[in-house]
Design a binder for this molecule. Structure first.
Ligand code: FE
Ligand code: FE
Ligand code: ZN
Length: 277
């Protein structure tokens, strides 16, 4: 059974996203915890969160993914920006306790001239401050395309973060197919090799979710422009090889392709069709 869903808007509430996911044949989904380009969150609505929690349980969803805002930069040079990242992550993780057992994914950050080592040090420092021993959410580091000075373009950079975090049992990795492709990992030509490299550097047990996207740009372009499935440089066959890979069965696959709801429904149907159960 393929576990698949897509990114949904949370603007009409949490339970509404669950209903939308059901209507397009999804059994997982992703949403932004707050305005992705700002940072303000809506007032906490525990009834709505509880309604979603029940819906997920009743309909046999697997883990869903909350995505931190893009504006969060845990390794910013400016301490005010880092304080914003720290407070946002703390608040998001507190809210996620109303949906226990799910994922919180974030972009590690951009080091902007400080160098990747300093970036790694600062990101790990914030994780050490926000992770709580009893929390029920696994925090995911997303693999990045390497646009600008993004940290996380190499598996080794994510390894370096994991190595510096004390409570790393609360940490995992989300592999974005567009991002790793843009970073130079050839998932179309050598998926087995890329997964072997992931396993060697990070350990496949750290891999908790897949962002399934085609890429508008060629291998190693460091651009990060998502394309619809089959309309980019990775292609339908290679992306369906990802969803069918024996080492990846059971993971949540989440589309972040440029689509409206009906476009997502069609991509989910296509990938389910191409899945060998
Ligand atoms: Fe992302
Ligand atoms: Fe992504
Ligand atoms: Zn992206």
């Amino acid at each position: 059974m393929l576990h698949i869903g897509c990114h949904l808007s949370s603007s009409r509430g949490y339970a509404h996203m669950g209903k939308e996911a059901l209507s397009i044949g999804a059994d997982t989904f992703q949403f932004f915890t707050r305005n992705p380009r700002g940072g303000t969150a809506k007032a906490l609505n525990t009834e709505d969160l509880e309604a979603l929690r029940r819906l997920l349980e009743e309909h046999g969803f697997i883990r869903i993914i909350a995505h931190a805002p893009y504006t969060l930069n845990a390794c910013a040079a400016d301490e005010g920006l880092r304080e914003f990242a720290r407070r946002t992550m703390e608040d998001d993780l507190m809210r996620m306790e109303y949906l226990p057992g799910n994922y919180y994914n974030f972009h590690p950050g951009s080091h902007v001239k400080q160098g990747p080592e300093e970036g790694v040090r600062k990101i790990a420092e914030i994780l050490n401050q926000v992770l709580q021993p009893g929390q029920h959410t696994t925090v995911l580091l997303e693999t990045m395309a390497g646009k600008g000075s993004e940290v996380g373009r190499r598996f080794e950079e994510l390894r370096a973060i994991l190595d510096r975090v004390e409570q790393s049992d609360h940490l995992g990795v989300c592999l974005d197919t567009c991002h790793v492709w843009d970073a130079g990992y050839d998932i179309a030509g050598d998926l087995d090799g890329v997964l072997a490299e992931f396993d060697r550097v990070l350990g496949l047990e750290r891999l908790k979710a897949i962002h399934l996207n085609d890429s508008m740009n060629p291998l190693g372009a460091h651009k990060d422009r998502h394309a619809k499935i089959g309309e980019g440089c990775i292609g339908t066959a290679a992306l369906s090889a990802v969803t069918n890979h024996p080492l990846l069965q059971g993971l949540p696959f989440c589309l972040e392709t440029p689509n409206d709801l009906s476009g997502y429904a069609a991509e989910i149907a296509l990938l389910r069709d191409l899945h060998r159960d």
